[in-house]
Design a protein around this ligand. Structure first.
Ligand SMILES: [Fe+2]
Length: 389
């Protein structure tokens, strides 16, 4: 019998619950903040989500400036420009508020205040030289999990390459996860970001780098998403469903942060530099096809996914039960309105060889449970062109 030693590292302080975001001023003060930079996107400002956060900073007498122009799929250029603003204003704390784009940008800005050169130079894992400014990450979507990961995914608009910067220095100092901030998220974004969280949980769960601690978090996340994503999409005011989804998103991130992911993310992340594919939708479109390709590698795991998502697997063989996990994901996607394929974003058969080559270079392929080459990725993407309708 072999003995394996597992390591689980998690340096971020996690604060979760309704109203948690109101603690931001007190936490900023405890981190020694004199001037904080709030980094967010126009949608967050428009939805009024900054009001409580600003009031809390003012009550704690923290000076602040607000940058609310983070774009979706933020660019390395934006990060460098905003870093200059942070330096000019002597900011010593970054508060990211928003979805994955705002949080990833916040973490990168905090890094570039204290590291020389351009953020593009740090693409890869473990390349940042210095600790970043402290970061408080406040998610307003339940999907990316960026509040609890060491990744910042950016796009270099000149080279059209995704710059995934991974470093333990990029773990936020504090994650403030407040389900009240997700109540106004529109149904379509609730659906797409929720599917991103599900893809994180499933890809981490079945990948070859999985381990008991991450597995436990993946299982809980899959069950919560199976129970609550439909409810959150059809009734955004359902606070229990929102809380389930935000919690699921956070713990799915805690799982994949130590394992990496699989073929869905391998394909979607680089492809988004060439086509306007929203991250969560792209993952959702790929996910059932990737699962169909993968389930023979670890059918017991896929049978468990089916069970966690509410499928009745009694009396089925392991392989039959494993196939039910694909049925469960497709049925969820139909219910929440994600039925079209990659073609809706302009992807055609001719693009697949190039996109598959890019995918094959990512670190998410070596951990995929079934060994996959470029042709395998092309075949999976081919099936994803036309959706599940
Ligand atoms: Fe993702």
């Amino acid at each position: 019998m072999t003995n394996t030693i597992y390591q689980y590292k998690m340096p971020t302080e996690l604060i979760f619950g309704r109203g948690a975001a109101e603690q931001v001023g007190k936490i900023a003060a405890s981190l020694g903040a004199q001037t904080a930079m709030v980094v967010t996107d126009p949608g967050v400002t428009k939805a009024g989500l900054l009001q409580g956060i600003i009031a809390s900073l003012e009550a704690a007498k923290i000076n602040y400036i607000v940058f609310d122009q983070v774009e979706s799929d933020p660019s390395t250029q934006l990060v460098m420009n905003v870093t200059e603003i942070a330096k000019t204003n002597n900011c010593n704390l970054i508060i990211g508020v928003g979805g994955g784009s705002a949080l990833d940008a916040s973490k990168a800005i905090a890094a570039m205040v204290t590291n020389p050169g351009d953020i593009s130079e740090y693409a890869g894992i473990g390349k940042l030289k210095n600790p970043t400014l402290p970061v408080i990450a406040i998610p307003t979507t339940a999907g990316t999990g960026s509040e609890a990961t060491y990744w910042s995914v950016l796009t270099n608009k000149q080279t059209k390459l995704k710059a995934g910067v991974g470093s333990w220095y990029l773990m936020p100092t504090v994650a403030l996860a407040d389900p009240l901030l997700t109540l106004s998220l529109p149904a379509s974004l609730t659906a797409s970001t929720g599917m991103d969280a599900l893809t994180h949980a499933i890809e981490s769960y079945v990948c070859t780098a999985t381990q008991p601690i991450s597995e436990a978090m993946s299982e809980k996340a899959i069950a919560l998403i199976g129970r609550s994503l439909r409810k959150a999409v059809v009734n955004g005011r359902d606070i229990q469903a929102r809380e389930d989804m935000l919690y699921a998103s956070m713990i799915a991130a805690l799982a994949f942060n130590v394992t990496r992911l699989g073929l869905a993310h391998a394909f979607v992340v680089p492809a988004a530099a060439y086509f306007p594919i929203p991250h969560g939708i792209g993952n959702a479109i790929l996910l059932p096809h990737v699962m169909e390709f993968n389930y023979l590698a670890c059918p017991e795991k896929f049978a468990k996914i089916a069970e966690l998502m509410g499928e009745d697997i009694r009396g089925l063989s392991v392989l039959e039960a494993a196939q039910k996990s694909v049925t469960a994901v497709k049925s969820l996607m139909k219910d929440i309105g994600i039925i079209k394929g990659l073609r809706q974003f302009g992807v055609t058969e001719n693009d697949l060889p190039h996109l598959a080559e890019e995918a094959a270079k990512t670190g998410n392929v070596p951990v995929n449970p079934r060994v996959a080459n470029v042709q395998d990725i092309i075949n999976i993407a081919q099936k994803a062109l036309d959706g599940i309708a």
